[in-house]
Design a protein around this ligand. Structure first.
Ligand SMILES: C[S@@+](CC[C@H](N)C(=O)[O-])C[C@H]1O[C@@H](n2cnc3c(N)ncnc32)[C@H](O)[C@@H]1O
Length: 542
């Protein structure tokens, strides 16, 4: 069969393995007993923290090779010794996908049990790949060619970006949207199987992933970057014609490297971001010799904020709402989610896909107030009246849901975000006193909501990727809110935390109730990428 080098990569330099270690925690598994040459070498390796990408890959690799093969390699001290020469090329058959959207293949039979992780490859495909970096029982590789494509999954005609296959941003443009959503559901299934430590009977059937209304042109924030002129170029100075120098790349990282790729447009970004990026690139090209350091740019899609602040914003979107691009980290950005307006500081956290925020907030609302026919709480149980929004940011969930509650308390580490959350309550004309926002560690909220009636309280929990700490989870379980909705950008740490909540709630004592996991599903906030957001609904049952 003719080989089709569809996705050629320039693979000159990659990130060295040491620089991607995510934890400084020493590995217990590789602690040296003696200072032999080998143990000195092994000492360099660190085990990643649970739920990080490296840890997730190791679990996937263990599943693929079988625990016995992995245990044998650990016992023999060979789990970090890749069976490859530097930059060796191998022919592989991809068997499954990693949570990071890369193809996983067992190394050829001539090698020790080992897995090769190759981006842009799909299950069922035979590929040629070049290994370049090694982890624990696996190696990362660049895709050289897809020799036998999977015709049911791959259609390169779907790809809308000229940089696809090199840029680290997207993994899935060759897939139908349906296939992307299915892969994301599989990630949720596997995360709960691996990280929750719950019996199968405690995990409900994982529902289909809810898609994003926009699948391109949705990303409301991009952060392209560029390096300062190298010394040699500084000396030479600008070209007489003022042309962009060849060495200058303004864009995103090339996959597997820290090299910046020159990117002129990003089709997953909103139109106004691309319209602004073009002239911004030209200006940077002209001024590049004034930069002494590399820069990470910020481009945020915002509604234009009327200069006359006395003009009340219209309650529903109008066709003349103008989108602008904000590039100053400290400037105010405005977004609309249904009939609510949100403002926040451009450099602080806000969800990056506005189009999915109506379905997401509506889903959380419906989970809290289920239609009578599907309600889990005892029929006739009084509806929730109090809301706790932990990790509330600029108040997305608190404010979207506030009309349904008598009292809302939000907490968030960023004082800037809290300032905007309070402002957003006023911007949306919520009754004074309904929402109380405060800055601080999420666990501190339980010192504030002592008067909230637990059975009629809902806790929305939306932590950063590392999930919640045990102090927060203990207090959450002790408080015993009738409903917990846990929204997460890292389903692996979510699965770990949900497992803890369920187990710890068993010890609440006779008649005090325990949590059950009522429903679980992914939301697609980032189409064309492997990322999945996960929403778990937990209910206190007696
Ligand atoms: C994934 S964001 C969610 C924000 C908000 N729920 C939203 O959807 O816009 C997580 C937020 O948690 C905040 N955060 C991180 N660690 C925290 C902590 N220990 N206590 C409270 N907030 C924290 C971050 O500043 C960030 O705004």
């Amino acid at each position: 069969m003719e080989k089709k080098p569809r996705l050629e990569l320039d693979t000159e330099e990659h990130i060295p393995v040491e620089s991607i270690a995510t934890s400084s925690k020493p590995s217990t598994a590789v602690k040296p007993k003696t200072q032999s040459k080998r143990s000195k070498r092994r000492q360099k390796h660190t085990l990643p923290e649970a739920g990080t990408l490296e840890d997730v890959i190791f679990h996937e690799v263990t599943e693929l090779l079988g625990k016995a093969a992995v245990d044998e390699a650990i016992a023999a001290g060979t789990e970090w010794n890749a069976p490859f020469e530097a930059r060796e090329e191998v022919d592989l058959t991809v068997t499954s996908m990693s949570a990071n959207g890369e193809g996983l293949a067992i190394a050829p039979a001539s090698k020790r049990p080992w897995v090769v992780v190759t981006p842009f490859s799909l299950p069922g495909e035979t590929i040629r790949a070049r290994v370049y970096r090694h982890g624990r029982m696996y190696s990362h590789a660049d895709l050289i060619s897809v020799d036998t494509p999977n015709p049911e999954l791959r259609d390169m005609g779907r790809v809308q970006c000229q940089y696809f296959g090199k840029c680290a941003g997207c993994q899935y443009q060759m897939l139908s949207y349906e296939a992307q959503l299915k892969l994301k559901r599989d990630v949720v299934v596997r995360a709960y199987k691996t990280y929750s430590e719950l019996p199968d009977s405690a995990i409900p059937p994982i529902l289909d992933t809810i898609g994003s209304p926009l699948q391109y042109g949705y990303r409301t924030k991009i952060t392209p970057h560029f390096d300062a002129p190298p010394k040699k170029a500084q000396k030479q100075g600008p070209a007489p014609d003022g042309e962009k120098p060849d060495w200058l790349k303004i864009g995103f990282n090339q996959i597997g490297t820290r090299h910046v790729m020159d990117i002129e447009e990003c089709p997953i970004a909103t139109p106004v971001l691309n319209e602004t990026f073009r002239p911004l690139r030209e200006k940077i090209s002209r001024d590049i010799y004034t930069y002494k350091k590399g820069v990470s740019l910020l481009l945020r899609d915002s509604l234009e904020i009327p200069s006359d602040s006395a003009v009340a914003p219209p309650p529903l979107p109008t066709s003349d709402e103008k989108h602008i691009c904000v590039t100053d980290h400290r400037a105010t950005v405005r977004e609309r989610v249904g009939d609510k307006l949100f403002e926040y500081q451009a450099g602080s956290f806000f969800q990056n896909n506005n189009s999915v925020l109506i379905p997401l907030t509506a889903y959380v609302r419906d989970a809290i107030f289920p239609p009578a026919a599907t309600a889990t709480p005892a029929p006739g149980a009084p509806p929730p009246t109090h809301l706790v929004d932990a990790y509330c940011g600029a108040g997305l969930f608190a404010i979207a849901l506030a009309p349904h509650f008598a009292t809302v308390a939000g907490i968030e580490l960023s004082a800037d975000s809290i300032r905007f959350a309070a402002r957003n309550a006023a911007l949306n004309a919520l009754p004074a006193g309904r929402c109380d926002f405060r800055s601080g560690d999420a666990a501190n909220i339980f010192g504030v909501v002592g008067e909230f009636p637990p059975p009629r309280t809902v806790a929305v929990v939306d932590p950063p990727r590392k999930g919640c700490d045990d102090n927060f989870l203990r207090q959450l379980v002790d408080f015993g809110a009738g409903t917990v909705v846990y929204v997460s950008c890292n389903v692996h740490t979510q699965a770990r935390d949900v497992g803890r909540i369920l187990r710890w709630s068993e010890a609440r004592g006779e008649g005090k109730g325990r949590y059950m996991l009522e429903s679980l599903r992914g939301f697609d906030l980032f189409p064309q990428t492997a990322h999945v957001e996960s929403v778990a609904v937990l209910r206190m049952v007696y």
